[in-house]
Design a protein around this ligand. Structure first.
Ligand code: ACO
Ligand SMILES: O=CC(=O)O
Ligand code: MG
Length: 568
């Protein structure tokens, strides 16, 4: 975590309004003042966040230190694997608390950033669940985060509406809506606009704390049928991190005076070390768990990151690392077996294809890829899956309905005992495929464009007819880094060149020119493509791999305002 005062800048000409957030002792808000935000950043809500921060900060620091130690071990050649010390957990017969009736059926879940119109569209989409995202799909600017909290509060209260002035269309909630899950940021991200006792707050405790504080009562009444709120938990690497979340939930339930086990969470298994900890993670969260999810994109990113010092495990082109690769299929199969043995949902992941509006045959081909991916998931035993776009929901729902005979889930019917024999070798198996110049170019083009959007406040974007978010951009970045680091041969297009700094420099230049052509001179000039290019290029060429693209980039979106300032 960076030291005090190292983030962002102070807006020099900020207009003073005199209004300030009422903060409890030890809390300092450095983000812009806004009357709407003040309804979220109340003294009591901030006191709750501060209590979470004070109680758990040392546990979080310790968990992040442990990640560093594990990284050092992997860098010296060790491989991740099952922990002999917790064999008793993996072999023991225990189950998680039973699934709340409100979320027994999770056949299709839509995901999206906490943007007002998208929240309404997602809740109305016909999906069973909407995962509202403060994470991969959101650029965590002060505006996005706190506006997102305002939006979620209105959504849980049932009062949310949006007037699209350009189209003169008013958006409101239908009578029947998806159940809301909220995904806070990962443990590693600070919230640099809120300081607690002189340190930036932990991002996820801010996201969780503010949302929980303002919504638990209404959520349990309006959505959870006595349970909730519900969460998705990202990017964990070890069960000790799940244990912290479990303690956070215990504390929140106690403060709110609601029953233990009210809060429920699905953990994304999206880091390579975590696949060896699935039983242990469920065990720590057994009173609060509602399953695991295959976060396939971060998982691929994590595979590269974990093996940054292992040149024998280089990835082929990103497009070739799909769920049918042996290590990916093994991960999904073991996740299903683990979840169903413990009585909870095994959720599938995100297919990257999105509808292609202006080309019916390309659209049908994209839909067919999504159907195929979802068919594999439901037949493997997943209980539900993710959709990136409302336009995909009918097709995905149909696949799950047909193959699950309209049952709410497959927890009891698809035990997948065959997956019990999967080994460490299966889970670490090197992906097969070739590397091409086009792969290098696409990583570069997509990575820079994604980052440019992120710096401007948009965390998920359509690029070349695919959904791109922080997780997919991470793959582009670390793959380029890996190929450069080891000077790999591009062996898939018959040219046989090696990836060098020189070659990469030329690729960046040419791809920037292509981006400018594609988006147009005006948009290019008004955008943050040059800044994105600088950050992305540095991260691809640095001798030591950065842990997260968004940690570095975050410094560019932090804006500290003087007290009482309201200027954007
Ligand atoms: C790796 C992971 O973590 S996956 C999870 C995180 N990623 C995500 O959640 C991505 C979610 N999806 C999205 O953000 C978007 O679908 C994108 C960026 C991929 C595509 O966006 P666009 O091209 O702008 O979508 P498009 O223009 O086709 O949208 C059409 C309509 O669908 C709505 N829509 C599109 N995606 C969503 C969504 N995920 N949730 C709700 N509504 C949506 C739009 O708001 C728009 O509504 P309107 O007609 O009322 O104006
Ligand atoms: O969060 C999901 C992922 O695939 O990453
Ligand atoms: Mg992810």
């Amino acid at each position: 975590m960076m030291g005090l005062g190292s983030y962002g800048y102070t807006a020099p000409m900020a207009r003073r309004t005199g209004a300030v957030y009422g903060v409890p002792e030890g809390v300092d808000i450095r983000g812009r003042y806004d009357e709407e935000f003040a309804k979220i950043l109340t003294k009591d809500a901030l006191q709750f966040v501060a209590e979470l921060q004070r109680e758990f900060r040392n546990h979080i620091k310790y968990a992040l230190e442990c990640r560093k130690e594990d990284k050092m071990r992997y860098n010296k050649g060790a491989l991740p694997g099952f922990d002999p010390a917790t064999t008793y957990v993996r072999e023991g017969e225990w189950v998680c608390a039973s699934v709340p009736p409100a979320v027994a059926d999770r056949r299709v879940e839509i995901t999206g950033p906490v943007e007002r119109k998208m929240i309404i569209n997602a809740l109305n989409s016909g999906a069973k669940v909407f995962m509202a995202d403060f994470e991969d799909a959101l650029s965590p600017s002060w505006e996005n985060l706190i506006r997102g909290q305002v939006n979620l509060k209105d959504a849980v209260d049932g009062t949310i509406s949006f007037h699209d002035q350009a189209r003169n269309r008013v958006y409101k909630l239908n009578d029947q809506t998806a159940k809301l899950f909220v995904r806070p940021r990962g443990w590693h991200l600070p919230e640099a606009h809120i300081f607690i006792d002189g340190e930036p707050a932990t991002g996820c405790l801010v996201d969780f704390g503010l949302y929980f504080y303002h919504n638990y009562a209404a959520f349990r009444r309006n959505q959870g049928v006595g349970f909730g709120p519900f969460f998705y938990l990202p990017k964990m690497e070890h069960s000790r991190e799940a244990k912290i979340w479990n303690s956070v939930f215990d504390k929140a339930e106690k403060v709110a005076g609601i029953e233990k086990g009210s809060i429920r969470a699905t953990v994304l298994i999206e880091t390579l070390p975590a696949v060896f900890q699935m039983d242990e993670i469920l065990y720590e969260l057994r009173d609060h768990s509602v399953g695991l999810n295959c976060g396939r994109w971060d998982y691929i990113f994590s595979y590269v990151k974990t093996f940054r010092a292992h040149p024998d495990r280089l990835l082929p082109d990103r497009v070739q690392v799909g769920m049918t690769q042996h290590f990916m299929r093994s991960y999904s199969d073991l996740l299903i077996r683990t979840c169903h043995r413990r009585g909870v949902h095994a959720m599938g992941g995100m297919a990257a294809q999105i509808p292609i509006r202006d080309d019916p045959s390309a659209n049908e081909a994209a839909l067919e890829l999504v159907r195929k991916d979802k068919l594999r998931e439901v037949k493997a035993g997943h209980d539900g899956t993710w959709a990136a776009h409302p336009g995909l929901i009918p097709a995905i729902m149909e696949v799950f309905n047909i193959n699950m005979s309209n049952a709410p889930n497959q927890i009891q019917t698809m035990k997948r005992e065959d997956a019990a024999t999967l080994t460490e070798e299966d889970l670490l198996h090197s992906p097969r495929g070739v590397r091409t110049m086009e792969g290098l170019r696409l990583n570069t083009r997509v990575g820079i464009q994604y980052l440019a959007a992120w710096l401007m406040g948009t965390g998920s974007v359509p690029l070349y007819n695919l959904m791109e978010d922080a997780a997919t951009a991470e793959i582009s970045r670390v793959q380029n880094w890996q190929w450069l680091k080891y000077g790999v041969e591009l062996n898939g297009d018959g040219i046989g060149v090696r990836v060098t700094l020189d070659l990469f420099g030329r690729v960046v230049e040419e791809e920037m020119a292509r981006i400018e052509r594609e988006v147009g001179k005006e948009k290019f000039k008004g955008g943050m493509y040059k800044e994105a290019c600088k950050i992305f290029t540095r991260q691809c060429t640095t001798p030591t791999l950065d842990d997260f693209l968004t940690l570095d980039a975050y410094n560019h979106i932090v804006i500290h305002h003087p007290r009482g300032s309201s200027k954007l």
